[in-house]
Design a protein around this ligand. Structure first.
Ligand SMILES: NC(=O)c1ccc[n+]([C@@H]2O[C@H](COP(=O)([O-])OP(=O)(O)OC[C@H]3O[C@@H](n4cnc5c(N)ncnc54)[C@H](OP(=O)(O)O)[C@@H]3O)[C@@H](O)[C@H]2O)c1
Length: 347
């Protein structure tokens, strides 16, 4: 399985490190004669590499960590054009996309994904902005072209939510989803509960590597709203919700008084995303709530995320993960690639 990796930032590097680290497990796991081979790497400004026989990942990781770029590597692997021509002309089976997630640049990376799908290439992505803005068109295109569009690590990287619902709870329809889908806000609220100010807690979350590049997206509830909207579109048949149509309140106005009151009741303050079917339409909200102690969401610690999925047949299912950061997302991408290879994910 020849992989073209688009993006070689913290997640792209973590994906490559995992491929190296798990080399022996992968040999045991994959059918005889099948291997996951990275044949191309594309970046925006730091060069591209390509080799039909597979790129030497360790050498590339070492070179990049010393020089901060890919250009200047062994000329055997140099690809003299940009990422777009790599995607549109390169010889590969599967595009693993882990470029910068940007709500403001609608179209940019999504266009490259469309080029890959149009060529019948399967795409695995962790880019929530792309899935949020383009889910329906990318899904339709992948179906037309007999490819797959896979994005389980774009919402809760540690939990393959969509694959779980599809394969483990077939036929069950999601009626509502309730939980924490942004780890940074959970981490920040926990630090505030322990006495830190909002700014101190944000700085610590950034230092710990669990915040988005722009932590305001976490704190103001935008990241949760984007992810809630993806869940609504994919699992609940909702149409696209522009952010202005979603009731969003971040954690900026959570007061020490709110924490004291919650503590007295044995409850905890969480940034809760709620997605519900109400009279045939799907409503989404994100806001801080006092969650009682008998609700598992109240027990989420640190940068954990967790959701209660209420279904029509299978009742309530609780899915949670305490993983965060590039390694977790890189693992999510690898997991999706392996699921695809094993044939579990089809168009
Ligand atoms: N880091 C995390 O903990 C985390 C957690 C959850 C989700 N994610 C998601 O994972 C994705 C990657 O995150 P990251 O932390 O690895 O980002 P990053 O360190 O900023 O790296 C982004 C990479 O994408 C490349 N890129 C950007 N635009 C491109 C384009 N148009 N064509 C080709 N390459 C392009 C960049 O190129 P240059 O090298 O030239 O700049 C860079 O290599 C994002 O969608 C993010 O939201 C990350």
């Amino acid at each position: 399985m020849n992989v073209l990796l688009l993006g070689f930032g913290s997640v792209g590097r973590a994906f490559c490190n995992l491929l190296k680290e798990q080399e022996f497990s992968l040999k045991e796991l994959l059918p005889a004669g099948v291997e996951v081979k990275v044949v191309g790497i594309g970046t925006k400004t730091r060069g591209c590499l390509f080799s039909r026989d597979g790129l030497p990942l360790k050498q590339i990781l070492d070179f990049e960590s010393k020089t901060g770029k890919l250009t200047g590597m062994d000329s055997l692997y140099a690809y003299p054009y940009d990422s777009e021509s790599l995607v549109s002309e390169g010889d590969y089976d599967l595009l693993v996309e882990c470029t910068t997630s940007s709500m403001s640049s609608r179209g940019g990376v999504a266009r490259l994904i469309k080029i890959a799908l149009d060529r019948g290439k399967t795409v695995v992505t962790c880019n929530s902005a792309v899935v949020y803005n383009h889910y329906f068109e990318l899904k339709e295109l992948s179906e037309q072209k007999g490819a797959s569009f896979i994005f389980d690590s774009a919402v809760i990287a540690g939990v393959p939510l969509f694959s779980f619902m599809k394969h483990c709870l077939p036929c069950a329809k999601v009626v509502s989803c309730y939980g924490v889908i942004n780890g940074t806000s959970n981490y920040v609220l926990e630090m505030m509960e322990e006495g830190s100010t909002l700014d101190e807690a944000i700085m610590e979350a950034v230092r710990k590597g669990c915040a988005e590049k722009d932590p305001l997206l976490d704190i103001e509830g935008t990241d949760s709203a984007v992810k809630a909207s993806i869940i609504a579109q994919v699992l609940m048949g909702a149409s696209f919700h522009a952010l202005e149509e979603i009731s969003i309140e971040g954690i900026r106005n959570v007061t020490p008084e709110m924490f004291r009151k919650a503590k007295k009741e044995g409850a905890r303050v969480k940034l809760v995303a709620k997605i519900q079917k109400v009279l045939g339409s799907v409503q989404i909200s994100v806001r801080p709530e006092v969650v009682p102690s008998d609700n598992p969401v109240s027990r989420l610690r640190g940068a954990s995320k967790g959701v209660i999925m209420t279904t029509d047949i299978a009742g309530e299912v609780y899915l949670a993960s305490d993983g965060f950061g590039p390694r977790q997302v890189g693992y999510g991408l690898l997991r999706d690639v392996l699921e695809y290879i094993s044939g579990k994910i089809k168009t």
